[in-house]
Design a protein around this ligand. Structure first.
Ligand code: ADP
Ligand code: ZN
Ligand code: ZN
Length: 747
């Protein structure tokens, strides 16, 4: 193993010109490694996996090229085994990975590791059995309940809802322990396995597109032969998905494949079923809940070209698809398309790069587009297609802003909201109350000395969880029992301050004893299958009042909800992050989008302690476009993205000032570099080191260095120089550090 850089040694020094293999190995170093081939050099094609000696162990790596050795071959070790006859990664994906590694300044070996399913990363054989689907048998169709087996009953009913066979990854979306549940159903012959034949040519549109949808689809249909990007700016419920389906049908019928990327929370079994039913095609799903085998099977079906559609969360962007013809990124504004640790990439942006390289069309869809995308559209880089009406005749909800500072507020709910709830419930309709804070109360305070229970590991208060009787830190996960006396003065007068979902649930259950309150948040859906159960109960109307966090905000369709209350809407107005206000606006509108999805019109009541705040007023009175326009103007004035390019160097360490000292040292290094490169110096600003908005997290002190430039190039050049310097710096070993290009937040 030797570094692939270094001087070319003259042959006279006794070195024979020999071709070597360059291998990407998943280690945190920005370089590849050279090996002697195992057998003919020609069989080491880029994209094939090899097993190689590495230090005292062996590793599986990916061949990224071959070439003349630049170092003493006597020091090189040889590839132990060539694992593939043909590349597992196509030339297109190799290119994308190299691009991503260079753009995000992330070690190439680790970038490869993100792109490959873990089973392949470990060296597994790629010859695998074709996965089956599951359908109900005759007996299964007439069985409504499996006695004393609620999970089996639920899975049976899930299969019943689907007109076509359901794949393993979809079953896992529904029930994470599906395979244990499925076994007895197969044994009892209520379910059978099928290996379906698809006939996309027989698929016909299910709905008739309305005028706006038709125009959008027609426009896309004229752009199928080259790179083209459209932003579909369509309000919630406007039928964006039907437009994707209409275009996808044409693409698939022309023999090509479609890639659909979406945030984790947007991926539901219902959506997958909708694609399969509408297109009569082979749909594969990639999401984080899959086990390693399922992931590999889905990956393979896409990579060998048999799957027509791949629907997946962010890492699906790296899946080889030999006949890719169209990419959809739904909910393109959603922060979860950005990976926030390890290899920090933005899947939407990589999808754009992929589409451009493959010369195919891509659409980005959202009801609340990101400021980046709006700016790109404004610059003429994207086309914009508008869907301004709700499909199927539903009306947009009315938005009302309510001042919640007055005394007429009970547990965070204004009188006006409570009165409207009474009316709506009496009419047999549903109410949704949204608060972005789980637990019982965000603060436990001592009345006597006013001290607050804090996390010992973080600069944060502990949240009271009354069901479990525990205090929990929502940042590091630390927990302890709720104390009976104050830790400072031993007084027993401890009070709960503020409202979380648990408290709201308790209060509303007392206030409206005749109605069923259902809480949907991370705590109430922790157990397997609970989320699906709760969502079903919400959708059926069995529950009347839905209380929840942003889990409730996205994607789901609750046709009976006609009133939505948003309780802590204004928290984002004073958030520590540059994206806080944008995200607040997106969240309010996504929640609002849950109201009045069916025939009945909806009302959204947004409570705020700052109702006169101009941005909030703008959002509610003029809508998202004007709000976003204003935010863009502010970002421009403040020199923030998308008007500048940003990279963030984060560092954390246990000793109090270690991270900050480290970053000060790195800043000094950068200055040496910029002194030597005046063309970079004039463009680049280096801000900090400053401590992170929450300085101490899980016992570590965190600092950051912000790197800004009005154009990308100088920043990029400096980072390309900085990354190896960081890797080899002696202080780097004692510090946890990471480089984040285009950070999603500064937290
Ligand atoms: P979005 O993706 O924009 O939120 P969907 O595509 O999910 O919207 O559409 C919302 C609802 O309206 C769905 O139930 C869908 O089946 C229905 N719908 C969409 N387009 C039409 C149409 N042209 N005619 C009738 N119903 C439609
Ligand atoms: Zn006290
Ligand atoms: Zn903590």
């Amino acid at each position: 193993m030797q570094e692939n850089s270094g001087a070319l040694l003259p042959e006279s020094a006794g070195h024979v010109e020999l071709e070597i293999v360059k291998v990407a190995i998943a280690v945190p170093l920005s370089r590849s490694f050279d090996y002697l081939p195992c057998g003919s050099i020609k069989s080491h094609k880029p994209g094939c996996r090899v097993r190689v000696p590495f230090g005292r162990t062996q590793k599986v790596g990916v061949v990224i090229g071959t070439g003349p050795s630049t170092i003493d071959v006597a020091k090189l070790k040889a590839v132990i085994e060539l694992l593939d006859d043909e590349p597992v990664l196509s030339a297109e994906i190799l290119d994308l990975i190299h691009w991503a590694s260079a753009y995000y300044h992330h070690p190439v070996g680790e970038t490869f590791a993100t792109a490959l399913p873990i089973v392949l990363r470990k060296g597994a054989d790629t010859n695998i059995e074709r996965p089956c689907g599951y359908v109900l048998t005759e007996a299964g169709r007439s069985t409504l309940v499996v006695k004393r087996a609620p999970a089996q009953t639920a899975l049976l009913n899930f299969l019943r809802e689907s007109a076509v066979e359901v794949s393993a990854p979809e079953c896992r979306l529904f029930d994470s322990r599906w395979s244990a549940t499925m076994k007895p159903l197969l044994k009892k012959e209520l379910v059978e396995k099928v290996w379906p034949q698809y006939n996309p040519n027989a698929s016909t549109p299910v709905v008739t597109l309305n005028e706006e949808q038709r125009l959008a689809s027609e426009r896309l249909h004229t752009k199928l032969d080259d790179y083209y990007c459209a932003l579909i700016d369509g309000i919630t419920g406007s039928g964006k998905t039907e437009v994707y389906l209409d275009v996808a049908r044409t693409v698939i019928q022309s023999g090509k494949q479609v890639l659909v990327l979406l945030p984790e929370i947007g991926l539901t079994p219902q959506l997958v079923a909708r694609f399969r039913a509408a297109l009569a095609c082979h749909v594969e799903v990639l999401h984080s809940g899959l086990n390693d085998t399922e992931r590999m099977l889905a990956w393979h079906a896409a990579a060998d070209g048999s799957a027509h559609v791949l629907i997946g969360t962010r890492s699906a962007v790296f899946t080889p698809m030999p006949r890719l013809g169209f990419i959809v990124v739904d909910e393109e504004h959603d922060g979860s398309l950005k990976q926030q640790d390890g290899f920090r990439y933005q899947a939407r942006d990589l999808a754009l790069v992929r589409a451009r390289k493959a010369k195919i069309p891509i659409v980005l869809g959202s009801a609340t587009p990101s400021l980046e995308s709006l700016n790109n559209a404004e610059k003429g880089l994207f086309d914009t297609l508008y869907l301004r009406q709700r499909a199927g005749g539903a009306k947009l909800p009315k938005m009302i802003l309510v001042d919640s500072r007055g005394s007429e507020v009970e547990q965070g709910l204004s009188r006006r909201l409570l009165t409207m709830m009474h009316d709506v419930l009496a009419r047999g309709e549903q109410v949704m109350v949204f608060i972005n804070r789980r637990g019982y109360a965000p603060v436990l305070m001592c009345e006597a000395c006013k001290s607050i229970a804090d996390c010992n590991q973080c600069d944060a208060h502990m949240t009271v969880h009354s069901h479990s009787g525990r205090l929990r830190c929502h940042h590091c996960g630390a927990e302890r029992a709720v104390p009976h006396v104050c830790g400072t003065c031993e007084s027993k007068e401890l009070i709960y301050v503020g409202v979380g979902t648990e408290r709201l649930d308790e209060f509303l259950s007392e206030k409206f004893p005749d109605y069923k309150v259902l809480r949907i948040d991370r705590d109430s859906t922790r157990r397997k299958g609970e989320l699906q159960k709760h969502l079903a109960s919400a959708a059926s109307g069995e529950a009347h009042i839905l209380v929840g966090t942003q889990m409730l905000a996205k994607g789901h369709n609750f046709p009976l909800v006609t009133l939505v209350g948003v309780l802590d809407a204004d928290r984002g107005l004073f958030g520590a992050d540059f994206r806080a206000v944008e995200q607040m606006g997106q969240l309010i509108l996504q929640v609002a989008g849950r109201a009045g999805r069916a025939e009945k019109p909806g009302v959204v009541l947004v409570q705020s302690r700052n109702p006169e705040h101009p941005l909030l007023e703008l959002l509610l009175s003029r809508g998202y476009v004007d709000f976003a326009r204003q935010l863009l103007d502010e970002r421009k004035l403040a020199n923030w993205p998308p008007y500048v390019h940003v990279a963030l160097l984060r560092a954390e360490a246990v000793p109090k000032n270690a991270a900050r000292q480290y970053l000060a040292e790195i800043k000094r290094l950068i200055r040496i570099y910029t002194d030597a490169n005046p063309e970079v110096e004039v463009q680049l600003s280096v801000l900090g080191p400053a401590h992170a908005p929450m300085e101490r997290l899980a016992g570590r002190y965190r600092s950051q260095l912000l790197l800004l430039a009005p154009v990308r190039k100088p920043l990029h050049h400096m980072l390309a120089w900085l990354r190896p310097a960081l890797e080899s710096h002696p202080m780097s070993r004692k510090i946890r550090w990471s480089l984040d290009v285009d950070p999603h937040d500064m937290l």
